[in-house]
Design a protein around this ligand. Structure first.
Ligand code: QV4
Ligand code: CA
Length: 511
């Protein structure tokens, strides 16, 4: 009996729902389009020391090189083979990154493109990141190898061969997404080739996978692939650890396919989260922050222990995928920081922080015609991430994860990990506050007037440093100081015109 209890408790934390972050680390950062060499450096010089749990990396496998438009970011979602050879680097560089990141306690999660190969319309040839030959017209990918019978051409019933109607789950799973050649995942051969690729990554030491375009695969087919995966490398993980799985399913309601169909396989991206939070913080549709009191399942989201959440992702920050205009991004920095701060303070889900690069936005008829723009580059070679004296990034990289307000809220989430949502307060409008047990407290003023209130924080008496306006440095605070009384009460004043109209304090920011 005792043995059984112990076994099931371990089973829970080793299962595909756990990110296998080190004790005391909770968040993932998506270093979109970064080179492996830069990620290795970033793990050692920043992510490890600042308490980040892991990195989602861009697809590491060989893909089509697209030159019209010139080297778009989305060429990486058009696989040619499973060789680890991309704009981010080669296999040696990938291995070096995984080793160095794991050694400083930062995990690597791979964006796995397994629903399809490249677009059917690409010309045959060797225009690929490793020079492998491919012929989309003949369904020939000799570097895997895949050929005609490994694709769903016979199974898809639409005239065009593409997905025409998202209300029909058969089309969505068996036809082409954006013209991308759809793999026949019911075939054991295809499942085995994919599992071989993922097991190669597991052997190198990755901790899990984002499963791209999961909505376009049958949940049972995904399961069959996952069942073939090995346990994580015992170089860094306890024996018997299963890879962390989060499936990209966009379910905003209103479609035939539901995220709930996928939770048996692992976590699922909760796209309602960023779409709704953006609406609330922008105060659109009559939304107010006071309505966030029952944020989470109370808003119709999937169960917290099955969700992966984010304010924006690499698609919806530039109008791809779904979520719409309400999505907040670094382009709306002030509101964005509040949204990310709220997400990181709130206990719901596993949190992923976005880290982007700048591009020249140019709207025509409401659409950004430069939404394809790839990472900062010299003739297609991705530029390195340079670090400015003030710790921000140069060379065209945004590095939201290095913004003080975001970096410090990642630390906040680590400090309050496991503590209950507590001491909610609101003014019936857009001034809200809440705590996490006796470890942390956050206050927002998104109204058009000042906030001045004495609130129950739940924290022990003392002077605390606000980690939004400053940092605790050598026992002093470079920002606002908050005095908590013996009864846990503290006075907060936040001007509606403050640079960042929110304040956060936690056990480790106590002076
Ligand atoms: C074009 C035509 C098609 C035609 C095809 C013929 O538009 O009508 O059939 O040529 O070859 C790019 C182009 C697209 C082009 C296609 C194939 O934008 O115009 O089709 O390539 O050449 C990213 C981009 C896509 C891009 C794709 C592959 O967002 O624009 O397509 O990469 O390069 C849904 C899904 C969800 C998906 C989301 C974007 O349910 O799964 O759309 N999100 C993930 C990734 C996303 C990625 C893919 C899935 C595909 O997050 O980044 O798409 O792997 O909501
Ligand atoms: Ca499919």
């Amino acid at each position: 009996m005792k043995f059984f209890l112990l076994f099931s408790a371990l089973g829970l934390c080793w299962a595909q729902y756990a990110p296998h972050t080190q004790q005391g680390r909770t968040s993932i950062v998506h270093l979109f389009e970064w080179r492996w060499a830069d990620i290795a450096e970033e793990c050692e010089r920043y992510l490890g020391p600042k308490g980040f749990g892991g990195v989602q990396v861009s697809p590491p496998n060989e893909n089509v090189v697209i030159t019209n438009p010139y080297r778009p970011w989305w060429e990486r979602y058009q696989p040619v083979s499973y060789k680890l050879c991309s704009r981010s680097g080669n296999e040696d560089e990938f291995r070096n990154m995984v080793t160095r990141c794991n050694n400083v306690g930062v995990r690597i999660y791979v964006d796995a493109i397994i629903n399809h190969m490249c677009g059917v319309g690409n010309a045959a040839g060797t225009s690929s990141t490793c020079g492998s030959y491919y012929n989309p017209h003949n369904r020939d990918f000799p570097a895997v190898p895949y050929s005609g019978w490994d694709f769903n051409d016979g199974k898809c019933k639409t005239e065009s061969g593409g997905i025409e109607n998202y209300v029909d789950p058969f089309q969505v799973r068996d036809c082409r997404l954006s013209g991308l050649l759809d793999l026949a995942l019911e075939k054991d051969y295809v499942r085995s080739k994919i599992a071989e690729y993922l097991n190669h990554l597991i052997a190198i030491g990755v901790a899990g996978f984002r499963i791209d375009a999961s909505k376009h695969m049958w949940p049972g087919d995904i399961k069959a692939v996952l069942d073939k995966l090995h346990n994580l490398s015992t170089n860094w993980f306890p024996e018997g650890s299963r890879p962390f799985i989060y499936q990209e399913v966009i379910d905003l309601g209103g479609e035939a396919i539901k995220s709930s169909e996928y939770v048996g396989n692992g976590r699922v991206t909760e796209f309602k989260y960023g779409a709704k939070l953006g609406t609330v913080i922008r105060k659109w549709n009559g939304e107010k922050m006071s309505y966030l009191k029952n944020w989470g399942e109370g808003w119709g989201f999937m169960p917290s222990d099955r969700a992966l959440v984010f304010v924006d992702n690499h698609d919806n920050q530039r109008g791809h995928g779904a979520g719409g205009a309400s999505i907040l991004t670094f382009w709306d920095a002030r509101l964005y920081k509040m949204a990310v701060g709220f997400m990181l303070a709130h206990p719901y889900g596993i949190t992923r922080v976005m880290s982007s690069y700048y591009w020249q936005r140019h709207f025509e008829n409401g659409k950004d015609v430069n939404d394809w723009t790839g990472p900062p580059n010299n003739n297609g070679m991705t530029k390195e991430i340079t670090i400015n004296p003030d710790t921000t990034c140069g060379n065209g990289w945004v590095c939201e994860h290095r913004w003080r307000q975001i970096r410090n809220m990642v630390a906040f989430r680590n400090v309050v990990d496991g503590q209950p949502f507590s001491n909610w307060w609101d003014n019936g409008s857009n001034q809200v506050a809440f705590g996490r047990g006796n470890r942390g407290f956050i206050v927002f003023n998104n109204d058009d007037w000042s906030l001045s209130s004495t609130l129950q924080t739940g924290l022990p008496a003392g002077t605390y440093c606000d980690v939004i306006s400053g940092d605790k440095v050598d026992g002093n605070c470079t920002g606002i100081k908050i005095y908590v009384s013996g009864e846990g009460m503290a006075h907060f004043s936040i001007s509606n015109s403050a640079e960042d109209p929110f304040i956060a304090i936690h056990s480790e920011s106590k002076l």
